[in-house]
Design a protein around this ligand. Sequence first.
Ligand SMILES: *[C@@H]1O[C@H](CO)[C@@H](O)[C@H](O)[C@H]1NC(C)=O
Ligand SMILES: *[C@@H]1O[C@H](CO)[C@@H](O)[C@H](O)[C@H]1NC(C)=O
Ligand SMILES: *[C@@H]1O[C@H](CO)[C@@H](O)[C@H](O)[C@H]1NC(C)=O
Length: 645
Amino acid sequence: MLLLLWSLLSFLLVLDLSVLADFDYFEDDDLTSFVTRPEIKAPKFDVVVHDPALVTPGYWFVAPYANIEPDPPTKKYMPCQIGPHIYDADGNLVWAGSCDYKNQNIFDFKVVNNIDDKTHLSFVVEHAFQNEGDRRGGGHLLNSHYEYENEVPVTNDLGAFDIHEFKILDGGKTALVTVYRPEVLNLSGINLPTEQGWVMTGGFEELDVATGRVLFEWRSFPQIPLEESTTPFPDIPSMYPPGWDYLHVNSVDKNADGDYLLSARFTDTIYLISGQDGHIIWRLGGRKSDFVLENFRFSRQHHARFLESNSTHITISFLNNASDEESQNEPQSSALIVILDIAASPMTATAIKRYSRPDGGLSRLRGNAQLLPNGNMFVGWSEQGYHSEFTPDGTCVMEARFISDRFSTYRAYKFDFHGRPQTPPDLKAFVYGSPSSSPTTVFYVSWNGATDVASWNFYARATADGQSVLIGNAPKTGFETMFVSDGYMDWVSAEALDADDTPLGISEIHRTIVPNDWLAAGFGLDENRPVPQDPETVVGGNDDDAPSEMEHGDEHADEHAAATGADATLAHEFLGGIGGLLVLILVMTSIGLLAGASICALRGRRHRRRQARYHEKILSEEAETEATPLTAAQPTRSDNTNPAR
Ligand SMILES: *[C@@H]1O[C@H](CO)[C@@H](O)[C@H](O)[C@H]1NC(C)=O
Ligand SMILES: *[C@@H]1O[C@H](CO)[C@@H](O)[C@H](O)[C@H]1NC(C)=O
Ligand SMILES: *[C@@H]1O[C@H](CO)[C@@H](O)[C@H](O)[C@H]1NC(C)=O
């Protein structure tokens, strides 16, 4: 059996994989595909590491979205593609929270370490389409087991929880959020003294985390007059809300003095606002800057953050997008660290670090800049999930982006993190064989969200209540690990071990899935069908040509045939015929199991614009997509995982 797999693999290796990669065999080959969790369709990353030694250890926190507005409830969008996701530094999926949020967009997904001595996760859940069912969105908190802790809801008259910011302040009692508030205003400020119209004003709130109660709200108008805007006024005043977006707030932070740092995209200005009385203490940038900008300029900025300050100087970071949909002021987006001398007269602002977008592009939409504890800068450029990390001298040490161009992430963060799901690992095992050889059992195991797994132990039992027998161990590979055992192993389980071989968790005991059609799978006539073996005899190792104790297995077969249906059939078909080889090649290239080869082939090439959208999948199509990995996954990872050899 394994010989056959190896010969298929050798054949594959002589093919020119870069040619294969140019074909779109499956429309979702830029999404993950797992045997154990077929419903998870996470965007895959293309990763380029320039200097591995200088990359900060940690995980990426992103929340891919396809459409920034909520999807209408047409049910035509395939679930489990958007939402909160964690990836490791190689771009392997670690946690997909997508299936828990029913196609609602998630923004600003990050680790929160300033509440207590525990690690938490926070993010914004966007309001539902037309606030269906009064779902106005909210700020969510999870624990490090991915369990729901709290939702901070909208409790006032606002139509929705704004997506731009959800920042828990130290101690976890309050949180900052940005606010968009449509108002009818007198338009004298823009030379229309006799007219009124709807204007989207902006501001921020500090909320009580436990209840959502608004403790403090700051509103932009009239302190920030309409004439301060640098975005064009529409031809005529808006008769209906939301109206002219004159300000577009997109981040808010708070310092130890209790003052707030507010970034507004459409005035190109960062404001310091008094926590005492709400007056604007100073403006950085824009039409009315209180600072002389010494060596830089900026526009359409995002994610302004206090870094440090004393009585004379304030250091901040932000993303200088330098452009928007309409205009372009600088050739390239960058993250900036700027020091403000507030004792000088006039006050001065000096850029002390600049991290330019590595691909030379402009982030037209969104983005963020996160100063890591070791001094490196992690920058999310937003579109297509592009992010990169820099050393303090501005050298780019890694960059990555979604292979798919149909997803973006509003912000991207990197954190050290230990995630431990409360649900058990997911395991599936399949038995394969041919009339001329003894059967083989192939295991797939994953544990959505578990960060510290180094390897997996695999167990089998001779009967339902038999003694559990260790049949082998395999190092963890990416999200899902495959393991191959000789023999027909049944009543199987898998146990996660950390780097010190300490057990972290164990799956439930599963029956091994048998072919839907034994004959097509190469198992010969009915009477020759294999039955579960005693794992002791197989692990013993000297007997693997002669499966022991052939029990009568037909009941088992029928039971699982019914349960697994088409996917088991497909999984087994390729072993029975030459046609399977073609399927195998197609699937392998499409689902990226030849990850190294595929990514090399993709790298440097223009990213193909796929026809596929984030869209409806009809049921039969979906079933096929879920089933096909079964046929493909086996040969690629079967090396050195067979304990019986
Ligand atoms: C609009 O506001 C300006 C300034 O506050 C005021 O002078 C003007 O009379 C107002 N116009 C209307 C129509 O209310
Ligand atoms: C405040 O910070 C600036 C910049 O780091 C530094 O140059 C200055 O000496 C500091 N002032 C005081 C009073 O510590
Ligand atoms: C820059 O920051 C703003 C803040 O909203 C973001 O929305 C904007 O799209 C980003 N990019 C550009 C170039 O404006």
